[in-house]
Design a protein around this ligand. Structure first.
Ligand code: HAM
Length: 440
C-alpha cells in the first residue's frame, strides 16, 4: 500500500505547467486581487463597465485586426482546428474580441462613448523570459464613439490615477502619434525610400515586410534590422494637419490634468490597428520587457469589422509585470499594506463531543462572515495549536470535555497571549461586540 502511494506521488510530480505558463498562488494572489479591485474602482469612476468576451475566437478576427505581417500573427498565435475543421485561436490580446463583440451586439446604437473594461488571460507563443509569458493576464479598457482628444486625455489620467493608487512610482508615460490613413501613404513611401538601399541586409521576415507593410520593420526584434533602421524617417514628421492638431490638443490636455508624459517619436506598437495616439507606460525596473501598459487609438477597426465608422481608443495593463513591480519593496508603498489574510479564530478541540460542538460554533461564526478554522482528524491539542500559530490565527478557542461540562470555553489571543473564559452562548456576542472592536 505504502509502495503504491509513493509510486503514484512520483508520477504526479512528473506533471508540470507548460513552459511560459505559471500558477498564481497565495500570497501573490492578494496582490492580484488588490490590483483588480483598484482597477474596478477607478475605471468605474470614469464610466467604464465590465465586459466579458470569449477567450477563443475565429482566427480571422485576429489576422484582420492585428495584421498579417505582425509578429503576433506570424509567429505567436495558439491556433488550432476544432472538430468541425474551423480555425480557432486563443486570444493573443483583448481588443479584437471586444470590437467583434461591440459590432455583433450593435453596441454602437447606444449613446456614445461606450466604455468597457475587461480582464483575463491572453496567449502568445513567445520565447519565455522575465516578464514575458505564454499565458499572461491583462486588464484592458476600450472606449468607442468619439475622436475627441479629451477621451484620450481622460484615459491617460485614469491610467495614471490607477498606478498612483497602487503606490507605484517612477513609471514613464510615453506618447506618440502614428497618423491616420491620410498621412500613412506618404510615410510609407518615405520608409520604402529609406530601406530600398538596405533590403539585402534585412532579416527574411523584414524583406517580406518591405513589400507588404514596411512600418513593421520598425518593430522587428532582430539585431541587424535594429541597426539598419537607425535614422529611418519618423511618422511624427509626416502627420497631416488633423492628426497634428489632435496630438497637440492631447498634449495640452495632459498638461491641464497634470499627467506627466514624454514624447517618444520612435515608439512603434506591434499591432497594425493603431491610428493617431499611441502610448506605453514603462518602468526601468523591468529590464527588457519594460512596458507595464500600452495602448492607443484604433479609429478604423470597428468599420473593418463591419460596423459604422466609430473612432475608438484603449489600453491594456500587463498584470504579471505590474505585480512584479508591486513586489519590489523599494518601488512601492503598498507592500506593507498587503498582509496575507489569516483566520480570525481557530477552534481547537479535544475529544469527539467537543469536535462536534466546535464544528457547530465554527459554522455559526462563519455564517456571520468570520473566517474560522477547526482542528481535524483527532489531532492532539499541541498540533492543533501549532497549526493555529502557523496560520497566524487571531484567536484560539479551546473546547474539551471540561469545557462542555462547565458550559464555558477558553479563548486566547495569539498576538499578546491574553486569555479568558466565556460561556458557550456568549461566544457570538463576544466576538462581535468585543473582539471585532478590539481588532479594528
Ligand atoms: P500589447 O502592447 O500587445 O497591447 O500588450 C499590452 C501589455 O500586455 C504589454 O504592455 C505588457 O505589459 C503585457 N504583455 C504583452 N505580452 C506579454 C507577454 N507575453 N507576457 C507578459 N505580459 C505581456 C495589446 O495587447 C493591446 N490589445 C492593448 C490595447 C487595448 N490597445 C488598445 N486597446
Amino acid at each position: 500500500m505504502r509502495f503504491r502511494r509513493a509510486q503514484s506521488r512520483r508520477s504526479a510530480e512528473r506533471y508540470s505547467a507548460l513552459k511560459g505558463i505559471q500558477d498564481i498562488l497565495p500570497p501573490d494572489i492578494y496582490i492580484w486581487q488588490r490590483v483588480e479591485e483598484t482597477a474596478r474602482e477607478i475605471f468605474s469612476a470614469y464610466g467604464f463597465q465590465e465586459l466579458r468576451a470569449p477567450i477563443i475566437e475565429a482566427t480571422e478576427i485576429f489576422i484582420r485586426s492585428i495584421g498579417e505581417t505582425t509578429d503576433i500573427v506570424e509567429k505567436e498565435m495558439y491556433t488550432f482546428s476544432d472538430k468541425a475543421g474551423r480555425s480557432i485561436t486563443l486570444r493573443p490580446e483583448g481588443t479584437a474580441p471586444v470590437v467583434r463583440c461591440y459590432v455583433e451586439n450593435h453596441l454602437y446604437n447606444l449613446p456614445s462613448p461606450q466604455k468597457f473594461f475587461y480582464s483575463g488571460p491572453m496567449f502568445r507563443y513567445e520565447r519565455p523570459q522575465a516578464g514575458r509569458f505564454r499565458q499572461f493576464f491583462q486588464i484592458g479598457v476600450e472606449a468607442f464613439g468619439t475622436s475627441d482628444p479629451k477621451l484620450d486625455a481622460e484615459i491617460f489620467s485614469m491610467l495614471r490615477l490607477f498606478i498612483e493608487r497602487l503606490g507605484l512610482k517612477g513609471l514613464n508615460f510615453e506618447v506618440n502619434s502614428i497618423g491616420c490613413e491620410k498621412c500613412r501613404p506618404d510615410y510609407r513611401k518615405a520608409l520604402l525610400n529609406f530601406f530600398s538601399g538596405r533590403i539585402n541586409g534585412l532579416c527574411p521576415d523584414c524583406k517580406r515586410r518591405y513589400e507588404y507593410n514596411p512600418l513593421r520593420i520598425l518593430d522587428c526584434k532582430v539585431d541587424v534590422c535594429i541597426e539598419l533602421r537607425k535614422g529611418a524617417p519618423r511618422v511624427m514628421d509626416f502627420l497631416c494637419n488633423e492628426c497634428r492638431e489632435h496630438f497637440n490638443a492631447l498634449l495640452s490636455l495632459l498638461k491641464l490634468l497634470n499627467v506627466p508624459y514624454v514624447i517618444n517619436p520612435d515608439m512603434v506598437r506591434g499591432l497594425d490597428y493603431y491610428t493617431r495616439t499611441t502610448f506605453e507606460v514603462t518602468s526601468e525596473q523591468l529590464g527588457a520587457q519594460n512596458a507595464v501598459a500600452a495602448g492607443g487609438r484604433y479609429d478604423r477597426l470597428v468599420e473593418e469589422f463591419g460596423g459604422p465608422p466609430t473612432p475608438a481608443i484603449g489600453f491594456a495593463i500587463g498584470m504579471e509585470r505590474l505585480v512584479a513591480l508591486l513586489r519590489t519593496p523599494t518601488l512601492n508603498q503598498v507592500q506593507g499594506e498587503l498582509r496575507t489574510p489569516a483566520p480570525e479564530i481557530f477552534i481547537a478541540t479535544i475529544g469527539a463531543p467537543a469536535e462536534k460542538e466546535g464544528l457547530v460554533i465554527a459554522n455559526r461564526l462563519r455564517e456571520k462572515g468570520i473566517w474560522v478554522e477547526v482542528g481535524y482528524a483527532g489531532n492532539s491539542l499541541k498540533s492543533q495549536l501549532r497549526r493555529a500559530d502557523r496560520l497566524s490565527a487571531g484567536y484560539v478557542l479551546i473546547i474539551g470535555d471540561d469545557e462542555i461540562s462547565s458550559g464555558k470555553l477558553k479563548w486566547k489571543r495569539l498576538s499578546d497571549g491574553s486569555q479568558g473564559e466565556i460561556l458557550f452562548q456568549e461566544v457570538y456576542d463576544f466576538f462581535f461586540k468585543n473582539l471585532r472592536l478590539i481588532q479594528s
